[in-house]
Design a protein around this ligand. Sequence first.
Ligand SMILES: Nc1nc2c(ncn2[C@@H]2O[C@H](COP(=O)(O)OP(=O)(O)OP(=O)(O)O)[C@@H](O)[C@H]2O)c(=O)[nH]1
Ligand SMILES: [Mg+2]
Length: 199
Amino acid sequence: MHLNIKKSDFVKSGTEPSHYPEDIYPEFFFAGKSNAGKSSMLNKICNRKKLAITSKKPGRTQLINFFLINNNISFVDIPGYGYANTPKSVSKLWEKMVLNYLSNRKNIAGMFIAIDIRRGVEDLDRSMIDLCSSFDIKSNIIITKSDKVSKNEKMKSKKIVEDEFLTYKNIKNINTFSSKNGDGVIDVLKIIEEVCKNN
Ligand SMILES: Nc1nc2c(ncn2[C@@H]2O[C@H](COP(=O)(O)OP(=O)(O)OP(=O)(O)O)[C@@H](O)[C@H]2O)c(=O)[nH]1
Ligand SMILES: [Mg+2]
């Protein structure tokens, strides 16, 4: 069984807990390096073109954006990290905003971290994964833009990531994904269904 998304609505944006919607539904957030394809992934699994705003220019998503799925699941698009020439003041604000989110949000059910297949896992991704582990958040690594490489390279990239995170108990799944050709969409929907079923 996988989740069947029939309805998806933007709820609100915010930077701090007083802006968040009520914490009554299981919540999945989408994190990752800027431009890794988080917003595109969210749109693809919801089968919507412009639910979350996407852009060729990195750093498009700057607020924490909340979406309501089927009136009983919450999705969150987190601003990306690590785009070139980020001023220190901006990365400090990002850190504060995300730490605030992770430490105050009671209904977090899982994290999807987007990793661009052509870049692989980078140190900022490792920091994000470790940070989520420290909050005991169940995490899923989604290797995005799989349409950009050959089938062989796709399997190789996945294997490298699997080898690195073999011993991480908070990493629950590692999948490839493409918002262009639909690779991995069912896998993400299955993960969400499974977590919600057990909640
Ligand atoms: N070929 C291909 N391009 C993709 C895919 N996913 C995203 N892109 C492109 O990558 C760029 C960035 O995508 P976004 O979804 O906006 O990335 P993001 O991670 O939300 O970026 P920020 O909001 O800046 O953190 C856009 O030009 C997308 O069209 C994919 O699966 N395949
Ligand atoms: Mg985005």
